[in-house]
Design a protein around this ligand. Structure first.
Ligand code: ADP
Length: 362
């Protein structure tokens, strides 16, 4: 849901939640699996797990949800609790500084409660180890006293369901991954699903949205429901101020031009990175920090905010020699690539990397 660097990188097309939109996100969250759009396989698998647990009168297995931000992991955790039904406790890896913080949460859980642990890959090591035992044996060992006289007292906790969410499944140690009974991988949504998300949100927010308006926004929201909902709200503003309040295709195109979100969903920073790569470095290869200096941003911002979507869209590739633009990037910006020999390894490209300390980063 949230990520440490979300606030400072907030843009219209950022997949991270902004503080100001938490309330509206709550209103838009589907409340049960039937209302949850797309992700058919995960939905079906989860519904079987929940139904089986309900029939047995037991607590569902621990669930791990993996996928990029804004695709519905928090929403699914809440749905799991609502479908049982069971209370839910929400926390996140970075919020748990010490094992004691986790012990306090675990020991106050009630029978069947769902514990949602967002960004579980950022949990501190001692807390992670405490979690192993809690997940497996529903027990935590509490250390009493200090020094040689310290003893551990086992504390039994009622059966609960841990729902972990991560944007970086690869960072989870395998002992932790193995303790989940089910892992659901969320994928980016296709345009038809995003149109459904938009129509549903428009209904809840009392926005009048036409079919072609929904299609236009869906094609620019990077496969991410959170961005779809955010663009819808901005286009609604434009529709109310500059048009008759109805979100049509025409209104969406005009509004998104004002907000600098282009037909592929690229924003100002994405386009600045691409333009610099093409115009200043003839399509690369160029190292990350050189590229970042060229657009006046920190290398981390370019690497974490702009590049993932540029790579996913097939516009930019990360290579050991640096960043390169693909033919699609030239076409998208309406520029002509230089003759073939300038894209081969050359004096220019190695000079670009010479000044680049981060050029070898993935
Ligand atoms: P994550 O936890 O993966 O970052 P969230 O669960 O917070 O994502 O979802 C972000 C927003 O997108 C929520 O407000 C929710 O309304 C919307 N959303 C996500 N997935 C869906 C879906 N499948 N159907 C409808 N809305 C969705």
């Amino acid at each position: 849901m949230t990520e440490g660097n979300s606030a400072e990188h907030a843009t219209l097309t950022s997949p991270f939640v902004e503080q100001t939109e938490e309330a509206v996100e709550k209103t838009l969250r589907p409340h049960n699996l039937g209302e949850f759009i797309g992700q058919e396989r995960v939905r079906e698998q989860l519904s079987l797990i929940l139904e089986a647990a309900r029939r047995r009168g037991s607590v569902p297995d621990h669930v791990l949800l993996c996928g990029p931000p804004g695709l519905g992991k928090t929403t699914l955790a809440m749905i799991i609790a609502a479908e049982m039904p069971a209370p839910i406790r929400v926390t996140s890896g970075p919020a748990i500084q010490h094992a004691g913080d986790l012990a306090a949460i675990l020991s106050s859980l009630t029978q069947g409660e769902v514990l949602f642990l967002d960004e579980i890959h950022r949990l501190a090591r001692p807390a992670e180890e405490m979690l192993y035992m809690a997940m497996e044996d529903f027990r935590v060992d509490v250390v009493v006293g200090k020094g040689p006289g310290a003893t551990t007292v086992p504390l039994h906790i009622p059966p609960f369901t841990l729902v972990g969410a991560t944007t970086r499944a690869g960072l989870l140690p395998s002992p932790l991954r193995d303790r989940f009974g089910f892992t659901g991988h969320l994928d980016f949504y296709d345009p038809a699903e995003l149109e459904q998300v938009l129509h549903r949100s428009a209904g809840l927010l009392e926005i009048s949205l036409t079919a072609d308006g929904a299609a236009e926004i869906a094609s620019r929201c990077r496969g991410t429901p959170r961005i779809a909902n955010r663009l819808l709200r901005r286009v609604r503003d434009y529709a109310q101020v500059r048009a008759d309040g109805v979100v049509t295709q025409q209104v969406s195109v005009e509004a998104l031009a004002v907000y600098e979100v282009d037909e592929l969903g690229l924003d100002r920073l994405d386009r600045a990175v691409l333009t610099a790569l093409l115009r200043l470095f003839s399509g690369g290869p160029v190292g990350l920090s050189t590229l970042a200096v060229a657009v006046g941003e920190e290398p981390e911002t370019v690497a974490e905010v702009a590049e993932p979507f540029l790579v996913r869209s097939g516009l930019l590739a990360r290579t050991p020699r640096g960043r390169i633009a693909t033919p699609a990037a030239w076409a998208h910006l309406g520029l002509t690539p230089p003759p073939a020999e300038t894209t081969a390894p050359s004096a220019t490209s190695s000079t670009a990397n010479l000044f680049d300390d981060l050029g070898q980063e993935p």
